[in-house]
Design a protein around this ligand. Structure first.
Ligand SMILES: [Zn+2]
Ligand SMILES: [Zn+2]
Length: 241
């Protein structure tokens, strides 16, 4: 399986990441990717960008260095009702929106039942395309319910490459179990590097190993073909510049 787009990356705008949009795009080109999603953290994360950062993403060209740039966000789930730190009017302007749990954004781990309720509600927001690092042991959820919710809402579950190396230690057993459930239920998946510097763009080796071990098929992975990705996101092709 080949991943043609990195759907989880952070630029300097996140406040704790180290490369610019142009540097990330150049690296995506070098790695042979066809698309790159800029998914800086939502405004509730300490040091994260102001809402206006997302409102102004129209200034970013649709293509840089031959790579299709997707204007995105990794929004924060901020309460048990699954509210996000970004209003729908802002989400509507983006190409790709993920929701995720992060500490210090208003909703710390509230136990498996409340966490599950919150993420299921966030998935019911039709503007949310995917749940980022969905097998995060710091925010345990009922994995069967998560996968069922993903199938019902058409939301993808992210298998995040950094979870097996640099972030969220202890993720592997959760993610492996989650991947098996995803394979069985036929839920959609996205693969992301979660790069916080250009060198990390397009690094998917650990995540791909987990997908393969679980038997997840290419047609379940939204970013395993450019055509599939555009169809999954309901995007029209932008003229190349
Ligand atoms: Zn995250
Ligand atoms: Zn991230």
């Amino acid at each position: 399986m080949k991943i043609i787009a990195d759907l989880h990356t952070h630029t300097v705008a996140s406040g704790h990441a180290y490369s610019t949009v142009n540097e990330m795009a150049q690296e995506a080109c070098r790695k042979g990717l066809q698309a790159l999603a800029l998914t800086d953290h939502g405004p509730a994360l300490p040091g994260g960008p102001h809402l206006y950062h997302f409102g102004a993403m129209r200034f970013i060209p649709a293509w840089i260095a031959g790579v299709r740039i997707l204007r995105g966000v990794e929004a924060n789930i901020i309460d048990r009702e699954g509210s996000l730190d970004m209003p729908d009017s802002y989400l509507a302007r983006l190409d790709f929106a993920m929701a995720a749990f992060h500490e210090d954004c208003g909703f710390n781990d509230q136990g498996i039942d409340n966490n599950t309720e919150a993420v299921l509600r966030a998935m019911r927001n039709p503007r949310i395309n995917a749940i980022a690092h969905s097998g995060n042991p710091a925010f345990p959820v009922h994995l069967e319910k998560l996968v069922q919710g993903a199938v019902e809402t058409g939301t993808a579950l992210e298998i995040n490459n950094s979870s097996f190396a640099l972030s969220r230690s202890g993720s592997r057993p959760y993610c492996e179990q989650l991947a098996l459930l995803i394979a069985r239920a036929g839920a959609m998946v996205v693969v992301g590097s979660d790069a916080h510097i250009a060198q990390g763009v397009g690094e998917f080796g650990n995540a791909l190993a987990v997908l393969e071990k679980a038997g997840i098929r290419g047609e379940q992975v939204a970013n395993s073909s450019y055509k599939r990705l555009m169809a999954f996101l309901g995007l029209e092709e932008a003229p190349e510049r």
